[in-house]
Design a protein around this ligand. Structure first.
Ligand code: GAL
Length: 807
């Protein structure tokens, strides 16, 4: 026993010693988000180390200051930018470094700052970065102090020149920041590149290029490939590599019986690269990757691992609703889960490089990503947009995007631009072709994935399509033309993908009758409907869309019809802040989403679910609160069934079946209060039922958390759905009661919303009006374990409360 104990503690000691040696010797990557100070406005000399920021606000990153401001009809961002102001802001952080860090190379990594940032260390400018969506790194080493001496990072963020975006951009250090410490020989930033040039069920070849930076040391580079269970499946050492300024190491592996990355099983391996001198690990760098093969075929569309697969994608902007653009992994994960739930398998990062966390999640959850670079090139879309920085920055920004993102198995396509004005440049202006050719060369020098541009002009004058430079043909809209006779005949024999489609306009829970009366508006994209002259709603039937777009139904029918269409990305999965087409002020967020800004599905969500998931589902709409005698169109989306029968207060309204290319069934009925019920049957057997009752007056509040247990890491979230119901528990479909929240314990309210595109209430308040019966409170851990109690009350309603545990 004694001996056992002794040997146990010696082992412990050795492990501890080993870990602390490792900690001293290998790289360290620290979360650098905590304890910043912030000032909104220009502060003279704030870059100086001696500047006094004691009066500034203290906060943790990521941070979006615009989301905290009131909606403002005079904001120069316009309603396109969400009517929330930009401005200029400063961030500062004081930190010390232990003396043992002397001799290390120390970097600061910013995942994204919107926009025009300038970073200073101890009063020295490290550089500027105009692009608000790109990740970047600075080397701090030669300016740092150690021991008790303080270091000051100051970041100036200038989002004051407006408008510079067609959608809500947010402002500030809205993505994560990292401090990276390495030895003098280290794997460079984004320094590994993994490819899988041959993949079969029997084996896969994995090639790894590692770029090392150093000062002339000789080292051994060992890379171990581990499977998802952490078991080593291959390993290789390259001996005695001389690392001058920059050196690449090439390693090749064969993996027997690889588990392929797929949408159903997004299996990830990792390559752990150790750089060693004299038997000591001086750097360690991990690259997660997937093994999969894919192909775009001109006639047969997209194939993943040899199997045909239609990419059912959505376009999304980067805001997270009431959280603004401040990145939060759980909020992103929830968005992706909601998308998965309707059968979506593709994400287009419209129209910019995403947060790295989005790609990590898509790798893990199984999505096909179209990773987009730009919304404009040299020709502007808004006065102060990136076109002003184009000449100086586009090559570097594109290169950095590819370097950062090329190991993600979820990335399948590089989009080099959305609706680029140069596409239709006048005769003689070939600048668009020139830029495209240069970008194609940049991509090709770094990666072999296919490229595309998202074209909204598809007439023969399109310079970009004519130039034949990109690998895929990409169309935005023009659904009537999505057949090979039109696409391939015009542009050559290349695979086709619908880079953007639909642009239907819907307000959750609002219905314009009859459902076949089409509202196609605004008449022109540049002529929004003045708020005062409109009711500021759109209809959640398939009867409201933009003239350049279509209903979901129309685009889906074409999408399903032609095998040659590899995929399509619907505009949009989620509503986003800004671009409130077809309205202007006081509308301030989009109507395009399949899901509203709060994350509540609109009815059309279930159309996708019926087509692209296999679960038994039946969705009946609209609600059942109308004027007696009113003519109402009842719609049903369903799958796995032969027929659906509708009953009103027990009386059959007939049996309906989807025939031909029908994607739904409908009954035109007379409203009478009571109960409407749909029943779907397969081979005469009932497989799903849906009942909607006429709701009485609002009587109580119901709370439902998406998760009752969250992590106490200060970042995790619980999304609490609030419903206003009648005495019998039926959702009151037009309830607008103001719900007041009280929170206690280990969390705070990170945001509130209701999905209403015209609400002027603050996203950061502790109350929210219900919109069409529902609202949302987002609860965030405050960094401590314990319990959270959320209470909700409203005059005249029975209150409710919910407990959330924090681990
Ligand atoms: C597209 C554009 C998108 C969005 C959409 C709205 O033309 O690419 O960014 O503006 O229209 O319908």
């Amino acid at each position: 026993m004694q001996i056992f104990r002794l040997s146990f503690s010696i082992t412990c000691l050795l492990i501890c010693l080993h870990t602390s040696l490792q900690a001293q010797t290998a790289r360290v990557r620290e979360d650098f988000d905590k304890n910043w100070t912030f000032y909104l406005g220009n502060a003279t000399h704030a870059e100086d180390a001696g500047f006094n920021d004691a009066s500034w606000r203290k906060l943790n990153l990521p941070h979006d200051w615009s989301i905290e401001l009131p909606f403002d009809s005079t904001s120069p961002t316009g309603t396109g930018g969400g009517a929330l102001r930009g401005g200029l802001g400063w961030y500062r952080k004081t930190f010390t470094l232990p003396v043992t860090d002397k001799g290390k190379i120390i970097f600061i990594d910013f995942d994204g700052v919107y926009c025009n940032s300038e970073v200073f260390i101890n009063g020295h400018s490290l550089g500027v970065r105009p692009n608000g969506y790109i990740s970047f790194r600075y080397d701090l080493t030669s300016y740092l102090k150690f021991g008790n001496e303080k270091n000051i990072i100051a970041v100036k963020v200038d989002n004051s020149r407006q408008p510079n975006s067609r959608w809500y951009s947010g402002s500030g250090i809205y993505r994560n920041v990292w401090l990276v410490k390495t030895n003098s020989t280290y794997v460079d930033n984004w320094g590994t590149y993994i490819t899988t040039p041959s993949v079969s069920a029997a084996s896969a070849r994995v090639n790894l290029t590692t770029t090392l930076s150093g000062t002339g040391e000789y080292c051994d580079v060992t890379t171990t490939i581990m499977n998802a269970a952490g078991k080593t499946v291959a390993s290789q050492t390259q001996k005695n590599l001389h690392v001058g300024a920059l050196q690449t190491s090439q390693q090749a592996f064969t993996i027997q019986a690889p588990v392929l990355w797929s949408l159903e099983n997004p299996y990830l391996y990792k390559a752990v690269t150790k750089v060693m001198t004299a038997g000591k690990v001086i750097d360690e760098y991990t690259t997660p990757f997937g093994i999969r093969s894919f192909q775009f075929d001109v006639n047969k569309g997209f194939f993943l691992n040899g199997k045909p697969l239609k990419i059912v994608g959505v376009c999304n902007h980067h805001d997270l609703g009431c959280l603004g653009t401040a990145i939060n992994t759980r909020a992103l994960e929830r968005q992706l889960q909601i998308m998965k739930g309707m059968g979506v398998n593709g994400i287009r990062t419209s129209h910019n490089p995403p947060a790295p966390e989005l790609l990590d999640l898509c790798d893990k959850m199984g999505f096909i990503v179209m990773d987009e670079a730009f919304d404009m090139w040299k020709r502007s879309k808004t006065k102060y947009d990136y076109s002003n920085d184009w000449d100086e920055w586009y090559k570097k920004d594109l290169k950095d995007q590819i370097l950062r993102d090329r190991n993600h198995p979820s990335v399948f396509i590089w989009s080099l631009g959305n609706e680029i004005p140069e596409q239709g440049a006048k005769q003689g202006d070939t600048s668009g072709t020139m830029y495209l050719r240069e970008m194609q060369q940049i991509v090709r020098s770094l990666d072999s994935r296919p490229t595309v541009t998202a074209n909204n002009h598809v007439g023969s004058g399109n310079q970009l399509l004519k130039s034949d430079i990109t690998d895929l043909i990409g169309y935005n809209y023009h659904h009537a033309d999505w057949h090979p006779d039109s696409v391939q005949k015009r542009w050559g024999n290349k695979p086709f993908i619908v880079t953007e489609s639909v642009s239907a306009l819907q307000t959750r829970g609002h219905y314009d009758m009859p459902s076949d009366s089409m509202r196609v508006w605004p008449k022109r994209w540049d002529l929004p409907i003045a708020g005062a002259n409109a009711d500021l709603t759109c209809s959640a039937y398939e009867n409201c869309f933009t003239p350049w777009g279509s209903s979901h139904l129309a685009s889906l029918r074409m999408f399903l019809k032609h095998e040659s269409i590899s995929g399509m990305f619907v505009w949009t999965g989620f509503d986003y802040i800004g671009e409130p087409t077809p309205y202007e002020w006081p509308a301030r967020s989009s109507y395009f989403g399949i899901v509203d800004l709060a994350g509540f599905p609109k009815d059309v969500y279930y159309l996708y679910q019926s087509l692209f998931t296999t679960q038994n589902m039946l969705h009946l709409f609209p609600h059942w609160n109308w004027k007696p005698g009113q003519t109402i169109d009842m719609w049903a989306y369903y799958n796995n069934a032969d027929e659906v029968e509708l009953f009103i207060n027990g009386k059959s309204q007939g049996v309906k079946r989807k025939e031909g290319d029908d994607l739904y069934v409908m009954w035109r009925v007379q409203y009478e209060p009571g109960k409407v019920e749909a029943v779907s049957r397969k081979n005469g057997k009932v497989i799903a039922t849906k009942v909607i009752n006429t709701a009485g007056a609002p009587a109580k509040i119901v709370l439902q958390a998406d998760r009752n247990l969250i992590q106490g890491n200060g970042k995790d979230l619980s999304f609490v759905t609030v419903k206003v119901v009648d005495a019998a528990g039926n959702l009151v479909p037009d309830a607008a009661n103001n719900i007041q929240f009280k929170i206690s314990g280990a969390g705070f309210i990170a945001g509130v919303d209701n999905g209403c595109e015209t609400s002027m209430e603050s996203f950061k308040a502790s109350e929210r009006k219900a919109f069409n019966g529902m609202c949302l409170a987002v609860i965030q851990s405050n960094g401590k374990p314990g319990a959270i109690k959320l209470q909700a009350q409203s005059t005249g309603l029975a209150p409710a409360s919910i407990d959330i545990n924090v681990k």
